[in-house]
Design a protein around this ligand. Structure first.
Ligand SMILES: [Zn+2]
Length: 442
């Protein structure tokens, strides 16, 4: 794990532009590849349903007794795996009350905790908000499968060189986990059927002249966190998100305009004691914690995302937080989010020997309307809502031989599972240790 401090990172970023990763790069300059040009689409997508409509259940990598992982889970399999798990282990599933443009629904489950009431779940794992980031849903589902298998069989879990005891499994489950493995079902279905390196959802509203680039909203710019681009410094307003439908970071017509983001908000509203949120992306090899809007500072509470006095300077990470703007975060909150982030990075590195970078989100580049910032901001925008720490984890390191680098090779897919699942374990153990908020046994 590399711990990257602000000054060295900003230097590198400004000199080389190396940090403008295609995963989140603003401005829509990354174009999808015409399917006729596809040379290599990486690991294959499953063609049938290995869980037979939920009659069979998945077993993760950590138990050493895993399901056939020769292909990536298709959309149907993500849903049948969830049903199979719920049937085998007897936990509650939910379907959010929103339907996508192509008629799909979004389902998840709740495991562990201290009862079955909505208030007992304190950790939220979200997968596949960006369609092309293949393996995201698999990482979430197989991890939940591992926890439940290990609990039932009284075993521990092994991810590469990282091992966890059965006591660790019990502690991890005690946090109470709500998970939504596939939060962009239309986008994933489209990407899997076309190999088009598709990122957004499939909202057709802005489509013009038959141009497929203008279909879809970047769901991770559609949350209600400084969504309005007039609240950013003009020099960054076209980078934090875009009002151009052809952009890869088009933020939609309004915050929460999309059924997929409404669904994630619904999960946070319904499981109202969520204290830790993790949104799983690829492929930067990063663990990112709050804030994503500007440089963190813990000295001036007036400099915060709600204060319109700073609209003209928000997002300029190169300015001084003393004379310019930095996003306020208390030193206690900063210690908590950064320490659990570092803990995750150390475990993910130990699993396979690859090196993850742990840093504040804004040092990748400032973003508007992202899920992790929204999760953390809820309490500050409305003190009646629970305080929740937000993370973006970018697994993987890119497939440089594929037409779309987000498509893993067979070996990368397995390595990604080992790393994310060790990271998830550490996330839960860290959450349990740092704190879960009000105890809500029920
Ligand atoms: Zn992403």
């Amino acid at each position: 794990m590399k711990w990257t401090d602000a000054s060295s990172f900003l230097c590198l970023a400004h000199l080389a532009g190396a940090c403008l990763l295609p995963e989140e790069r603003a401005g829509g300059s990354i174009r999808r590849h015409n399917t006729r040009q596809i040379r290599n689409s990486g690991k294959a997508i499953g063609t049938g349903d290995r869980f037979n409509g939920g009659a069979l259940f998945p077993i993760g990598l950590g138990s050493g007794n895993e399901t056939d992982m020769s292909t990536i889970l298709n959309v149907k399999e993500v849903n049948s795996a969830l049903q199979g798990l719920a049937k085998e282990y007897g936990f509650e599933t939910f379907t959010t009350p929103y339907t996508t443009y192509e008629g799909a629904t979004m389902s998840g489950g709740t495991v562990g905790g201290q009862g079955t009431c909505d208030e007992t779940y304190r950790v939220f794992l979200n997968g596949a908000i960006h369609a092309r980031e293949r393996g995201s849903s698999d990482n979430v589902l197989y991890f939940i499968a591992d926890l439940l298998y290990a609990e039932k069989h009284g075993t521990g879990l092994t991810y590469g060189d990282k091992t966890y005891t059965n006591a660790d499994v019990v502690t991890a489950l005690s946090t109470g986990i709500v998970f939504l493995p596939l939060s962009n079902p239309d986008g994933v279905a489209y990407d899997q059927s076309t190999n088009s390196c598709w990122r957004k959802n499939r909202n057709p509203a802005a489509a013009t002249n038959g141009d497929d680039d203008t279909v879809g909203v970047d769901l991770n710019r559609n949350f209600d966190f400084v969504w309005d681009l007039s609240k950013w410094a003009t020099s960054v307003a076209d980078e934090v998100a875009s009002e151009d439908p052809s952009s890869e970071v088009y933020h939609g017509e309004a915050a929460f305009s999309e059924p997929e983001t409404q669904s994630i908000k619904w999960v946070m509203d319904t499981y109202s004691k969520v204290r830790w949120f993790l949104d799983l992306h690829s492929y930067a090899g990063d663990i990112l914690y709050s804030w994503g809007s500007d440089t963190d500072q813990s000295t001036n509470t007036a400099k915060n995302f709600l204060n319109s006095a700073y609209d003209s300077v928000r997002g300029k990470t190169s300015d001084s937080t003393t004379t310019g703007y930095g996003e306020y975060i208390s030193s206690a909150d900063l210690d908590n989010v950064s320490s659990v982030g570092k803990r995750m990075g150390t475990a993910m590195d130990a699993a396979t020997g690859r090196s993850y970078t742990v840093m504040q989100s804004a040092y990748l580049y400032p973003t508007s309307g992202a899920s992790d910032d929204y999760a953390f901001s809820r309490h500050f925008a409305d003190p009646d809502l629970n305080l929740a720490y937000g993370y973006t984890v970018e697994f993987g390191f890119g497939n440089n031989k594929a037409s779309c680098p987000f498509y893993p090779t067979d070996a990368q897919y397995i390595q990604n599972l080992q790393e994310t699942n060790a990271g998830f374990m550490e996330f839960l153990l860290g959450a349990a240790e740092v704190g879960l908020g009000d105890s809500q046994a029920c």
